[in-house]
Design a protein around this ligand. Structure first.
Ligand SMILES: [Ca+2]
Ligand SMILES: [Ca+2]
Length: 69
């Protein structure tokens, strides 16, 4: 039973990672693997958290930074 629960959590976790990846690709309009402020403006939630997510404050969200979204 516990094993099934862990398996379920893994599936859930990988699904959400996939969803974030999908969103990242969708937002990255020019395909440079970075999300600029203007690209983030398409999504109100990402836009609102942009400065928080941009850990190195370079004005772009990398996939790594976006993973914290
Ligand atoms: Ca981009
Ligand atoms: Ca950054």
């Amino acid at each position: 039973m516990k094993k099934l629960l862990i398996l379920g959590l893994c599936v859930l976790a990988s699904t959400s990672v996939f969803a974030d990846e999908e969103l990242f690709i969708t937002l990255d309009a020019d395909g440079d693997s970075l999300i600029s402020i203007s690209e983030a403006a398409v999504d109100a939630d990402v836009s609102a958290q942009f400065s928080e997510l941009d850990a190195n404050k370079d004005g772009y969200l990398s996939a790594e930074e976006f993973a914290n979204y």
